[in-house]
Ligand binder design. Structure first.
Ligand SMILES: Nc1ncnc2c1ncn2[C@@H]1O[C@H](COP(=O)(O)OP(=O)(O)OP(=O)(O)O)[C@@H](O)[C@H]1O
Length: 240
C-alpha cells in the first residue's frame, strides 16, 4: 500500500460568505500542484494543513497522524509563502537558523548545517547579509534553505515564485526539483501558471468554489476537457 503524506477527510470550514469542503489523499513523495481560480480555496487548504486555520469538522492526517490540536510549529510541515518569509532585521544565517531552533540556540554543528544549506541553494557567503539587501529570488532561496534545515517531510509552497521574473522562476523550479530528488519529501505547490504544473508536478489538485473538483496524475489532468474551470486554466479556450 502506498503511504499517504496527507489525507483530508470531510474537512469543512465556513467563513461569512463562503463554505469550503476538502477531501483528498496525497501519496508520499510526490510534487502536487494546487491550482484553481482566485478565491477557490487554495490558501485556505494550506492554512488547514499547516494549522493556521482550524476546520469546524473533519480530519487532517499527515503521514497517518491526526493533526487535531497540534500547533503549526508542532506539525511535520514547512511553508514558504510568496514573500515576507524572512525577518528583515536579522541576517540571512540567523533567518535560516530559525529552521533549526526557534530560540536560536545554535551550536557549531548547526552553524555548519546553515552554511551547507546556503551553499546548496547557491548562496554561499551570504550569511551576514540582511534580507533587504537581497534580490527577490535570493530571498526565496534563503526561505528554501530554512526549509532544508527544518527537514520536515511535507513542504507547502504558496506561490513561491510569483514575484520573480521568468528566468528566475525557471531556476527556482529546477532548484525545487533537485531538492525534492535529494530529500524525497512531499511537496504541495500553489501556482497560477500552467508551466509550473507541466514542469514540476506529478499530480494536480484542482479547486473550484471551495472544493477539490479534480485530483489527477499530471498526464490525465492535461488531457481533461470536461470541466470549464480546468479548460480556462489550461487555455483550452476553443473547447469551452
Ligand atoms: N479569514 C477569512 N475570513 C473570511 N473569508 C475568508 C477568509 N479566508 C478566506 N476567505 C474566503 O474563502 C475563499 C477562499 O479564499 P482563499 O484565499 O483560500 O482562495 P485562493 O484560492 O487561495 O485565492 P488566491 O488565488 O486569490 O490567493 C474566498 O472567498 C475568501 O474570501
Amino acid at each position: 500500500m502506498t503511504s499517504l503524506a496527507l489525507s483530508l477527510k470531510d474537512v469543512k470550514l465556513r467563513f461569512e460568505t463562503t463554505a469550503l469542503a476538502f477531501d483528498c489523499a496525497v501519496p508520499a513523495g510526490q510534487i502536487v500542484a494546487v491550482v484553481g481560480a482566485s478565491g477557490s480555496g487554495k490558501s485556505t487548504l494550506f492554512n488547514v494543513v499547516a494549522g493556521f486555520e482550524t476546520p469546524e469538522a473533519g480530519e487532517v492526517l499527515i503521514f497517518g497522524e491526526d493533526m487535531a490540536g497540534r500547533m503549526p510549529a508542532e506539525r511535520p510541515v514547512s511553508v514558504i509563502f510568496q514573500e515576507n518569509n524572512l525577518f528583515a532585521h536579522l541576517d540571512v544565517a540567523t533567518n535560516v537558523g530559525f529552521g533549526i531552533s526557534p530560540s536560536l540556540s545554535l551550536d557549531a554543528s548547526d552553524r555548519g548545517r546553515i552554511d551547507e544549506a546556503l551553499a546548496r541553494v547557491g548562496l554561499a557567503g551570504f550569511g551576514k547579509r540582511l534580507p533587504p539587501t537581497l534580490s527577490g529570488g535570493e530571498r526565496q532561496r534563503v526561505a528554501v534553505a530554512r526549509a532544508l534545515v527544518r527537514h520536515r517531510p511535507l513542504l507547502l509552497l504558496d506561490e513561491p515564485f510569483a514575484a520573480l521574473d521568468p528566468g528566475m522562476r525557471a531556476e527556482m523550479r529546477d532548484l525545487i526539483v533537485d531538492l525534492h530528488g535529494e530529500e524525497g519529501n512531499t511537496i504541495l505547490m500553489i501556482t497560477h501558471h500552467p508551466d509550473d504544473v507541466k514542469d514540476l508536478a506529478d499530480g494536480v489538485l484542482f479547486l473550484d468554489q471551495g472544493r477539490i473538483v479534480a485530483h489527477d496524475a499530471l498526464d490525465r489532468f492535461l488531457a481533461r476537457r470536461d470541466l470549464a474551470a480546468i479548460n480556462r486554466f489550461l487555455g483550452n479556450d476553443e473547447i469551452r
